[in-house]
Design a protein. Structure first.
Length: 730
């Protein structure tokens, strides 16, 4: 250790005794910081002066005069709006040719030309084959790459403005084209229904008159004979034996039908219970991960969620099958019940409503789960945030499944049994009615036979007219029923409310229905602060390169050091590199904080981090130069070139070519940059310590190279040095 310190003291005194060397040493300490400061300052707020980016705008719009209104020119409106926009240097030209030539010559970075039919397409779109308004955008990509992106952003903003205006115009035009005053009158449907009822009553009177006339007609004998034969056939078909057989068959069919329904309900209940248990177990598992901060297996979570989704899909299929099977039957029996007093309408309505809700609950839970799975497969967020969001999703699913279980147990299962009993009761009622009808047919046959001679010459024409009138009356009654349903439907009331509103309010809403709120997680006050970690790291590496360029990496062969070992010489000379590197780091960080005044959450740790980074960089560059001489210097330059391009310092690593994405983890820059970012923007858990630990791996590798690996290459390095010296140029 004494020998190492003696080498350092010798180097330090040598610099201090020589004024020229001292000035160079001070310059070496300051120059890297200037590199960082100038680059950070030049990037401080590059988008503050975008108003100097000239974009030419010219409108050929001829305007359009809607029927019954004044002429409108949407192109001029857009230009008026742009005059108030100072984010870009909008320049309004007088003709199309000079505008395009200005882009080609470089006078303008881009140009926007509004077409002659712009207003017509915007306002009269319904009568112009739905032709959308358009503008032509010219761009000079040769002038500057970044400026092209800025002008494209301006064009995108203009396009969004035009689209919003177009949508607003579409909605206002459609609503204004509707005769709202007539449609919103409350008595429209009532008037129509009254007129239909009057017509139906008149037709009923005609029908009654024709039937009275037919009853007095003596020409119905032939028809009554056929009727008598038909009654005989019906009596034969409605024997007690056949009716009993039909009733037994109907009861058997109902029993089988209800058995299938109950089997599906049991299966659905079983799947629902399984889902409740699976969701509860998964939530318990999430809670345990939250408590002990244990790592989570992404594939295991996705597999469990997919299993849940499969069970939900199975439950959805069964519920849909239940709806398709049971609902039509319930609606039919509900109609029958309504025609017979409507004593069980509440039961039917409750069961139909519960059936409709079941698939929606299951589908909603499955969609919530599927949305989370897609998001989870593509995200790389924090485990804590992930677990909280997953728990919320499972809680929503659990609520839906619990609601489904409640419907199954309280609304459907018991109601289905009651409906089955009603089915059998209805069949029994029908059976009794048929028995009564069969007993009455014999009396009818006697009456018909007695009146045969009187009604033998029934007028066929009158019978046809009566049937036609009955059909017309039935059609009118059906129309009246449909109108009553429409009046009671909430959709009609919704249309009335819609048309009562101001059309401009709807146009404004539909043109921009969504507002976005941005919340910064780690705030960067300005772009200069955002790039400070990269340029500070780069400056520290450049400082190490400058040190090896002007300071020898091995001590002179003095008598006092002739017995020093290679290890002692290695560390003895490195101390001066380390010291000057620390001074470089201190000057650079102080300038970042107090000269440029970058935003920094942890300035003290920023200083410590820069010191450690400088130590790692200077040791690596020093060792490469000591081990391989000029080749080592060249290798250090190659490393910085690759790291500038592919260390994710400015662009995200995901945007870079595959070569950089594959090799960047093997270089120290990414770890140093990200560690400084933690200091500037704020810590996340233990990321800072992990990054510093990864950076220290390079220190270990460097020491391994400098103390062990370089020894076999010393003779080769010495030989190459002499051969280069022989050229008298290198």
């Amino acid at each position: 250790m004494n020998t190492i310190l003696r080498i350092f003291r010798h180097d330090f005194r040598g610099i201090c005794r020589n004024m020229f060397a001292l000035i160079i040493a001070l310059g070496l300490c300051i120059i890297p910081s200037l590199y960082a400061w100038f680059n950070i300052y030049s990037n401080w707020d590059p988008y503050a002066n975008t108003s100097s980016i000239k974009i030419a705008v010219y409108s050929e719009d001829e305007g359009f005069t809607p029927e019954g209104k004044e002429k409108q020119n949407m192109g001029d409106s857009i230009i008026d709006n742009l005059r108030e926009n100072d984010k870009l240097g909008w320049t309004f030209t007088k003709d199309k040719e000079s505008t395009i030539n200005g882009v080609k010559s470089g006078e303008y970075y881009a140009a926007i030309i509004i077409g002659s039919n712009f207003s017509r397409s915007m306002i009269n779109f319904l009568n112009d084959n739905m032709e959308t308004p358009s503008v032509t955008y010219y761009e000079n990509a040769k002038k500057n790459a970044i400026a092209s992106k800025i002008t494209q952003s301006g064009m995108s903003t203009l396009q969004e403005t035009i689209n919003e205006t177009f949508i607003e115009t579409v909605v206002v035009t459609i609503l204004n084209s509707t005769d709202a005053d007539e449609l919103t009158k409350n008595n429209v449907l009532s008037d129509i229904a009254d007129k239909l009822k009057d017509i139906s009553d008149n037709i009923s009177e005609y029908d009654s008159a024709i039937k009275q006339f037919s009853e007095s007609n003596n020409n119905l004998s032939a028809t009554l004979k056929k009727t008598d034969s038909l009654v005989g056939n019906i009596q034969s078909d409605m024997s007690d034996e056949q009716l009993n057989s039909s009733k037994s068959s109907a009861d058997s069919v109902i029993d089988d039908y209800m058995y299938n329904i109950n089997s599906s309900l049991s299966k659905l209940t079983e799947i629902n219970s399984s889902l409740e248990k699976a969701i509860s177990d998964l939530r318990d598992k999430i809670a345990s991960h939250k408590d002990d901060n244990s790592p989570i297996d992404k594939h295991d979570i996705i597999s469990s969620l997919n299993d849940l989704k499969t069970q939900m899909n199975n439950a959805y299929d069964i519920s849909e099958q239940l709806v398709d099977t049971l609902k039509p039957v319930l609606e039919h029996f509900k109609e029958i019940d309504n025609n017979n007093g409507g004593y069980n309408q509440v039961l039917y309505d409750s069961l139909i409503s519960s059936l409709d809700i079941m698939p929606k609950l299951i589908k909603g839970a499955a969609q919530t789960l599927d949305t989370f799975i897609q998001w989870y497969e593509q995200t790389d967020t924090s485990p804590k945030l992930l677990l909280n969001r997953l728990d919320n999703v499972l809680a929503q699913c659990q609520t839906s499944i619990s609601s489904l279980d409640n419907i199954l147990t309280t609304s459907i299962t018991g109601s289905v049994d009651k409906v089955g009993s009603l089915f059998k009761t209805s069949i029994a009622t029908i059976y009794d009615s048929l028995i009564d009808a069969s007993n009455s047919l014999s009396s009818v046959s006697t009456i018909i036979n007695g009146a045969d001679s009187t009604l033998s010459n029934v007028n066929i024409t009158l019978e046809t007219m009566s049937g036609l009138i009955d059909n017309i009356k039935n059609t009118l009654d059906k129309a009246d029923s449909e109108l009553n349903v429409l009046k009671a439907d909430g959709k009609y009331e919704l249309v009335q409310k819609l048309l009562d509103k101001d059309s401009s309010e709807y146009g404004e809403f539909f043109s921009s229905p969504v507002k976005v709120t941005t919340e910064n997680v780690y705030e960067a006050v300005n772009y200069g602060t955002a790039v400070a970690p990269f340029y500070t790291t780069l400056a520290l590496w450049v400082g190490g390169l400058l040190l090896t360029a002007l300071i020898k990496t091995s001590p002179d062969d003095l008598d006092e050091f002739k017995n020093a070992t290679l290890t002692q010489k290695y560390f003895g000379r490195y101390i001066i590199f380390w010291l000057m590197g620390q001074i470089q780091a201190i000057i650079t960080v102080l300038g970042d904080l107090y000269l440029l005044k970058i935003y920094c959450v942890h300035p003290g740790i920023f200083m410590l981090t820069a010191s450690i980074v400088s130590f790692a960089f200077t040791l690596l560059i020093y060792t490469l130069t000591l081990s391989f001489g000029d080749v080592g210097k060249a290798l250090a330059v190659v490393l910085v070139v690759i790291q500038i391009a592919g260390s994710s310092g400015t662009y995200p690593i995901e945007l870079l070519p595959s070569f950089f994405r594959n090799v960047y983890i093997y270089f120290p820059f990414p770890y140093a940059i990200n560690a400084i970012r933690e200091c500037v923007s704020g810590f996340y858990k233990y990321d800072y310590f992990i990054l510093m630990g990864q950076l220290m791996l390079f220190v270990i590798g460097t020491l391994f190279l400098g103390l062990l690996i370089r020894k076999p290459f010393m003779k080769l390095n010495h030989y190459m040095h002499h051969r280069m010296h022989d050229t008298k140029m290198m």
